[in-house]
Write a protein of this length. Structure first.
Lengths: 100, 309, 309, 309, 100, 100
């Protein structure tokens, strides 16, 4: 079975950013995204998701290496200074390259 | 009581945790129920009589954050963003504080203007808008007003409260009564449950405050008292009853923890939400619903004695 | 009213969003409560009298999708799968439309057969089954009937409605009354809340319809009117009261958006759910609960005048 | 009835599934409502009269698992960990069994001591603690008591039940009555809904039991009957009414499925939760709420005839 | 610490497929799976999970390379034509190879 | 854009372990974690999350290779005997290495 290399970019952040991110990533070349509600802790504090100001999401974007780079850089510059954000990139393989 | 149970459970690190969906549901319920009730009462009022009061209330909502801002900047030494954001929170209002205040008065058989939910809806927005303006003062950066207006006016709390008011107003008592089983009979119980949850949340904000220092702690207690005084006086000037004055005082004293945090996070991202929410939820909210409200009622009595009508 | 608030909030792109678990809870509640109520009333009826009506209702449920299918194929030019799926949706019924219709009659003091929830339960399944059969017509592919029957008969809505009916029927009024505080007193309020949610959902389906074109829009308004006419006539033939005729009309006019979509997605995967759900939820549901139901009551009155008993 | 509907739906592999948040909400509601009710009644009692009964109940709670443990070890051939864990589950109590038992008595107009929710709260913990001690007997490993005490005493069920008792006791009837619309009028309905959910869950545990074998099946039926006999006798010794004896019997017979599993999973991780939960939830709970409770009431009547006061 | 190479297959799809997938993957050699509820957007539309017809799940399967291939191909052929499905594969390492 | 190699450790387990894991991983060198509620099935049984004893979580930890090893080994030794646990490791890239 033939597979194609893509990047998986995962952004874990405050839910306040969800709408903004969806808008931004489309502009930067992502064709889709998947979001789930999470809780967690990191440098800033423990975000227990027990209350609306305290919710976090995890957004997963499968896209080309270029789009992943562009989005990651954009998020780093625009949001990381003022918001709780964690990001990581991973190599993944997909079957339908035109989809992502 | 339920609030204290929540605080105690959280401080004791109990596992108790209300599901997120329940929190959401309770808060949707409270907003709608308060709105509906206010709408029904509004239908009974001549609008012309309410209009000037509404304007007075909005003006008060604009004035309060302007008062808080210099205090936060000068005395507190906070950054422009933080001072503006906190001022916005305190300029706006807390619906649950309103519910507790009215329940307190009802229990004591003290009458108040029953259309006051309208004032809650009116007070939500101006404080936030002024807070944002304060943050952008002397800054060249433009504000994306259309997006912001959207965020502020179409946030959950304004839509539900306003929508409830509208539906209650249009349908009148006859239209809403069949739903009374849900929206009115359960109100007290749901409020109790919500206070339990708020206790859990508020207690978890206390840790944040340790970092925030003494200034905010004092601010979170003293400003509500001052604002309540102003609210009571404004209420008197508008010709409200003693109960109405006390409720308006409680509204002025209260700080928003639903609408304001959501709007501020987007509009003033440089502001640290830990400070504003810690103060609003960790100090002012508990203070208001325990000691504050009885005090504000006292204010109203004093003012009435000082200036009999 | 609440429905319109939901639609407005969604169209204005408000942040308002009911938690998924609340949506689930409200829908479970409505199904159970309607079932229980119907079951209690059924316990008061001689079964022999209801049986022929039940058979008539089932036959109607089988006939309606067969009527809709050729229209969708010929006039709409839809594929076999899509036409069959949509026909199945419109052959089945919407529980919320039923609830709104009965509330409308109660408000106007118009009596109707109180065991009608039985008809809702009976009408859910036949339309879906016929829809699936239509999709497989002239196709060699086998249908995995056991799995499908499972999906259809053991779906959430049939189990809850049927289970409620059974429990209500077995326990009778005395057994269920102590639960009335939850299942009956809150009904109207919960229905209002659910309509708010349905408004949010329906409004978000409207965008889908733009793609679907004018045919479906017309279909979603005209077919309910025709089906309602049929339902009213069937009700008359079965000897129902005027109120009962109107309710049966509303049931015939309504399209399923819980049981049918779930079953169709598995049974006719080639069908595009956007079309069927867009029409059922985006057009027919709003039409029925606003203009439709009063019209169908009018139908019943007209028929009664035309053919006095 | 609702329980059976749940069991049936699950066994038929229906899609019916209550949202997790609803399950949580219902269980929080039941714990709080039972606590509040008990607290109100407690406020009406001279504490001195209740105190000796409370001590008796706690002693019973400690004794029961010690009785169960050797049976599980010797007759059942279970490992120390498993035997201790199961003994702990059966030493603790099930709040829903309590609710069903009291509803059963109320329906039959049989009076019982209305402050009995206090006993429920008191019985939750001792059984679990003794169970853990039994597991650690003859083992050198230390138990992290502070962490464990935390887990046990601050678990959801103890906090809510105890908190409700306290609030009800402090506020008294006057304070809680305005919340009665939520906490009392809806109680029966919510209990019914919870039983529906419990039916779904219990039925899914039955598969586990097949693996567990015949011993546990017998244990899950016979031990409750024996424990109920003990509970009824203890109740008699404490001077409870017939209804009170039956309720204490049902409490003794019931096995915990909220507090105990959570605590045991952490305290005795080597124990297989499938066994303890399968028995408690898959056998004993259904047995108690169907056949058990009427039987235990019979026990109370027999004892009363045998030993008239 | 010795680790062993496995494949992680992630399938993001309509929740209507959950039961079917669980059945299929077991047949095709997976020993387990993990499912979470998500929302997202892609080629087909935005699935906001606000309503039962609109829910999505994300299923994660750790398995051998062969099983991953077999499952991916099966899903592609059987469901991708008619359902909203995204899939990707990634290399992961596990400690207990016999488990997956 | 410069990226830095880290490990992603994913632990899927009974929710009873959440509190314990959060405590343990901090001690073993993780700077943060993300948790989500999941359901699933594996060697032990099907965990449908329909009831409190039956819930599972998925914890995601981005950390150094050493920390990942230490945590994985600790979890394996301490919890895998008595609890339902699945774990896997993956290579990921991050932008801010000091954060993880
Ligand atoms: N090392 C980590 N591994 C996994 N998730 C993390 C990590 N650090 C932070 N997070 C997640 O990212 C969110 C924001 O992180 P922070 O900005 O460090 O507070 C946290 O709430 C966690 O959910
Ligand atoms: N590029 C992507 N990255 C992450 N998730 C995606 C992507 N594209 C689609 N999805 C997810 O897969 C689901 C179905 O995708 P689609 O079939 O493209 O509509 C969407 O609802 C998203 O949750
Ligand atoms: N092969 C697998 N792929 C993905 N998740 C798995 C796998 N095996 C087990 N799991 C998850 O890990 C949990 C515990 O697994 P187990 O200990 O095998 O029962 C399960 O409930 C699943 O959520
Ligand atoms: Na204020
Ligand atoms: Na129909
Ligand atoms: Na017991």
């Amino acid at each position: 079975m033939q597979t194609f290399e893509k990047k998986l970019l995962v952004v874990i952040c405050e839910s306040a950013l969800e709408k903004l991110l969806v808008r931004d990533i489309k502009r930067l070349g992502a064709h889709g995204y998947t979001v789930m509600d999470v809780r967690g802790g990191g440098a800033h504090s423990t975000r227990e998701a027990d209350w609306e100001g305290n919710r976090s999401i995890r957004m997963e974007i499968i896209c080309t290496i270029d789009a992943a780079d562009a989005i990651a850089e954009h998020v780093l510059n625009k949001y990381c200074a003022n918001f709780s954000v964690s990001m990581f990139l991973a190599d993944v393989a997909v079957l339908r390259p035109e989809k992502f | 009581m339920f609030f204290l149970l929540g605080v105690a459970a959280r401080l004791a690190k109990s596992d108790l945790k209300l599901p997120e969906a329940l929190y959401e549901t309770l808060s949707i319920y409270l907003l709608l129920a308060i709105g509906l009730k206010g709408g029904i009462e509004l239908a009974r009022q001549p609008l012309l009589q309410v209009a000037p009061q509404a304007i007075g209330v909005i003006l008060m909502g604009c004035a309060l954050p302007m008062l808080a801002y210099p205090i936060l900047r000068r005395l507190g030494g906070l950054s422009q963003a933080n001072a503006a954001s906190i001022a916005g929170h305190y300029g706006s209002v807390s619906v649950v504080t309103f519910a507790v205040a009215t329940a307190y008065l009802v229990k004591r058989n003290i009458a108040f203007e029953s259309y006051m939910p309208l004032f809650v809806a009116l007070l939500e927005v101006p404080g936030i808008v002024v807070g944002i303006l304060l943050a952008r003062l002397h800054q060249n950066r433009d504000i994306a007003w259309p997006a912001l207006a959207h965020e502020i006016f179409l946030g959950k709390s304004v839509v539900l409260l306003g929508g409830g008011l509208l539906i209650g107003w249009v349908s009148g008592p006859a239209g809403i009564d069949p739903m009374g089983g849900l929206f009115f009979d359960l109100f007290k119980g749901v409020l109790a449950l919500f206070l339990l949850e708020m206790g859990l949340v508020a207690a978890s904000r206390i840790a944040d405050l340790r970092r925030a220092g003494w200034f905010l702690l004092g601010f979170g207690v003293i400003i509500p008292i001052i604002f309540a005084g102003i609210g009571v006086c404004v209420g008197r000037a508008m010709g409200l009853s003693i109960g109405g004055m006390a409720v308006l005082g409680a509204l002025a004293a209260s700080a928003s923890y639903i609408a304001a945090p959501a709007a501020m996070r987007i509009a003033i991202p440089e502001a640290n939400p830990t400070l504003s929410i810690g103060a609003a939820l960790g100090i002012t909210f508990p203070f208001n619903i325990t000691l504050g409200i009885p005090l504000y009622l006292q204010f109203a009595h004093w003012l009435e004695q000082l200036l009999p009508r």
